[in-house]
Design a protein around this ligand. Structure first.
Ligand SMILES: *[C@@H]1O[C@H](CO)[C@@H](O)[C@H](O)[C@H]1NC(C)=O
Ligand SMILES: [Cu+2]
Length: 123
């Protein structure tokens, strides 16, 4: 086998590794894109396909909003259910999706009623 063939094989192997790792790598999504996490964010998640371990980034003015990881009842009723739901308050929260249904609402005042909620089914 000539040197050129060996080099091509090495290149192909490296290429395969790079492609493979890209497929395996979790994606990162900025919730609401440039608008961030705010009133009317609901619906941003529609038409996207999320996977377990993908990261959601919630950007908002710290103290004005928060992010509460609620269950489906909490999402439907705009309540922070269950009572031990995890609450994020940094203004730049990075949350990893779990397989199945992931529900997030803003737990401050009645912001959730103004569509500050998202529901994602991660595969
Ligand atoms: C959500 O949590 C509450 C309180 O723990 C529970 O009663 C309710 O059944 C849960 N809803 C779902 C859909 O899991
Ligand atoms: Cu809010």
């Amino acid at each position: 086998m000539g040197g050129g063939a060996v080099v091509s094989m090495v290149v192909l192997c490296l290429l395969a590794m790079v492609l493979h790792s890209e497929v395996a790598q979790a994606a990162t999504y900025v919730v609401g894109d440039k608008n961030g996490w705010g009133y009317g964010t609901a619906g941003w998640e529609k038409g996207k396909s999320f996977k377990a371990d993908d990261i959601l980034v919630f950007n908002y003015p710290k103290g004005v909003h928060n992010v509460v990881a609620v269950n489906k009842t909490g999402y439907d009723e705009c309540n922070t259910i269950p009572s031990d739901a995890k609450v994020y308050t940094s203004g730049n929260d990075q949350i990893k999706l779990v397989k199945g249904l992931n529900n997030f609402i803003c737990g401050i005042a009645s912001h959730c009623d103004f569509d500050m909620k998202i529901q994602i089914l991660a595969s």
